[in-house]
Design a protein around this ligand. Sequence first.
Ligand code: SF4
Length: 160
Amino acid sequence: MNLLRKIRNTGRVAESAPPRPVAEPPPAARGLCGSAQVRHVDAGSCNGCEIEIGMAFGPVCDAERYGARLVASPRHADVLLVTGPVTRNMAEPLRRTVAATPEPRLVVAVGDCALNCGEFAGGYGVEGAVSEVVPVDLEVPGCPPEPAKIVVALRTVTGR
Ligand code: SF4
């Protein structure tokens, strides 16, 4: 009972919803009808971007209220959130993950490393940026990108 009382007294802790993003959703997002199942793929990140993605789905930013939900398999996903430069070891798994995601699907590259290899550019274990390995529909720059920017990208996809 104490827990229930605390929940009732605390109320909603999420920030109030900012205005809907003005950017047009990518063409592949048109069939999603406001709801996107999201699979995160770490292709070689330092884990900084993962912390921010975790925050984007946490109670303050609460990306779920805009129709985005994390799922455990690419076979259940509409959207892949890919972080990090793509390492040599992750290039083929990333291609296979994209192939395993049903169409229409979107790939969102999250973080400077995903966009252009960032801090890891030229590293011996780096295959390249995400767009050099699989087609990318949306990019979220930053090192790491703020959770709010990740939420804006997800809202652009869901249109909510
Ligand atoms: S963009 Fe920054 S935080 Fe994200 S994986 Fe690269 S170095 Fe790490």
